[in-house]
Design a protein around this ligand. Structure first.
Ligand SMILES: [Zn+2]
Length: 491
């Protein structure tokens, strides 16, 4: 799907509807552009301005379409500043229209105590790099505490690994360092054994940098070359299996609209016991395992499914990869990885282990999360193992700053909170119903900063829309996880 001109609807005050056209590609990825103002949308939009607060405006991001539902996403602005993740979704269905609201009320001065130049200085001491930074004043709402902060969103240049920082514009405190979500997709596979050794971390064996044109190609546009080996064939088979799942069950192919190719590197790094989707290089990298406990990660189709689900979630809702929205991204990726791979035990990543004892636990066990551990970072910088939680009261508590050192406030550690409750729902409903409701929640109802509590609301809304009977079972599962209406989780 090519980028087309997008019509921006700008709602600025009660009773006035201003329509502007724009050729900016804002929000076009994964969202079809509004070629014209559809009279039905226009009718629906009339109900929104009356809900605008003083100083608030909304802009249209685009329309998402799936079976039986169309969703128009509107972005909220306050005093001319973007309110991150704060959206209104208008849904149109054969049964009627309704709205879901991802905004909170707050009072905030739009004037920062910290000048931008000072914020950039806090981001880096390197004056050459600083001249390439872009800093924009924005508002960061916290949907759990119902408060908002004025922040600087600072973008690092494309060559930098960490591409976005959030700094408190009053105190200068770093609130988050977030990798940029980028992604693409068909199948090219390269041999990581032809990587330049200087592109591999000397201690961990993790691949740091990829220069695809210099690597040996094993599969090109789905065709194996003479260099293809068992790892390349396994990776290709796993990727095809995941793509056909999303195609047949959710009518979603390619995973991200506009994608031309998906690049993968097998044998990546050196005895590297991991796999990831690199948003920076737009590729899936598979390690060979440490060969002591773990083996080639291409054996785990569910991990491939997990990584490829990030391609979808990076488009809609476009989760910010930190704290609860990041843990939701991880938990939902675990569940779709398991479902797409046909994994019946709900234990992710069993196939990467060499021996039965670890194989039994996998990486994350969504049925019995506490069987596995992750690491909590203490104030002195040391780490303590903690069991994966199934209940909010057992969570890895978020720190003041979410950085790579604390796994962006434990996006993997806390992934089992949503993951386990989705497992509970699947036990009652069956996978077929769960995957439909979850997919609809992800692509139409959740927003970039949805937290666990909002996940409850939006999952139940998707359930009521798609399969209205027995949604109380879903509510019961959220209760089991300690995610109830009206609660405020401990900070
Ligand atoms: Zn992940």
């Amino acid at each position: 799907m090519k980028s087309r001109p997008l019509f921006l609807l700008i709602l600025t005050c009660a009773g006035c509807l201003l329509i502007q056209s724009s050729t900016q590609a804002q929000g076009t990825s994964g969202l079809s552009a509004l070629e014209k103002l559809d009279p039905l949308w226009s009718l629906l939009l009339r109900s929104v301005p009356t809900k605008l607060r003083d100083g608030e405006s909304l802009t249209a991001l685009g329309v998402q379409q799936s079976d039986g539902i169309e969703t128009l996403r509107l972005q909220s602005w306050y005093q001319g500043l973007e309110v991150l993740g704060s959206q209104v979704h208008l849904h149109r269905t054969p049964k009627g229209e309704f709205t879901t609201d991802h905004r909170i009320s707050f009072v905030l001065s739009p004037n920062p105590k910290l000048p931008l130049v000072e914020a950039l200085r806090l981001a880096t001491e390197d004056s050459a790099l600083r001249s390439q930074l872009r800093g924009v004043l924005k508002i960061l709402p916290n949907f759990t505490t119902q408060k908002a902060k004025l922040i600087y969103q600072i973008r690092f240049p494309e060559t930098s690994l960490w591409q976005e920082w959030w700094l408190d514009a009053q105190t200068g405190q770093i609130l988050a360092q977030i990798p940029k979500h980028r992604s693409l997709l068909p199948i090219n596979i390269y041999d990581g054994r032809t990587m330049n050794p200087s592109d591999i971390h000397p201690d961990t064996g993790a691949p740091n940098r990829f220069d695809l044109p210099k690597l040996q190609a094993m599969v090109i546009e789905g065709q194996a070359t003479v260099h293809a080996d068992a790892s390349a064939y396994r990776a290709q088979t796993a990727i095809q299996k995941i793509q056909s799942y999303f195609d047949s069950v959710h009518h979603r192919l390619p995973l991200k609209p506009g994608m031309q190719s998906l690049h993968s590197v097998v044998h990546a790094g050196k005895q590297w016991a991991n796999a990831y989707y690199s948003r920076y290089y737009d590729l899936l990298a598979f390690g060979d395992g440490d060969q002591t406990e773990t083996r080639d990660f291409t054996f785990a189709t569910d991990i491939v499914g997990h990584e490829l689900t990030h391609l979808i979630s990076a488009t809609t809702p476009g989760f910010y990869y930190y704290n609860e929205s990041g843990a939701l991204d991880e938990g939902i990726a675990d569940v779709f990885g398991i479902l797409a791979a046909g994994n019946t035990q709900w234990i992710l990543g069993k196939a990467i282990f060499l021996y039965p004892a670890q194989m039994a636990h996998g990486i994350r066990d969504l049925a019995s999360p506490e069987k596995n551990r992750d690491y909590y970072r203490n104030t002195d910088g040391s780490y303590t193992p903690m069991p994966h939680p199934r209940h909010l009261s057992e969570r890895f508590p978020p720190d003041a700053a979410c950085t790579p050192e604390n796994d962006l406030c434990y996006v993997h550690g806390n992934a089992t909170i949503p993951g386990h409750l989705l497992f509970l729902i699947a036990q009652k409903w069956g996978n077929a119903r769960l995957e439909k409701v979850l997919y609809l929640s992800m692509t139409h109802f959740l927003s970039p900063l949805s937290d666990f509590k909002d996940f409850r609301r939006q999952f139940l809304a998707a359930c009521e829309f798609l399969t209205p009977n027995n949604c109380d079972i879903a509510a019961w599962a959220f209760d089991q996880a300690g995610i109830s209406e009206g609660i405020t989780s401990k900070r």
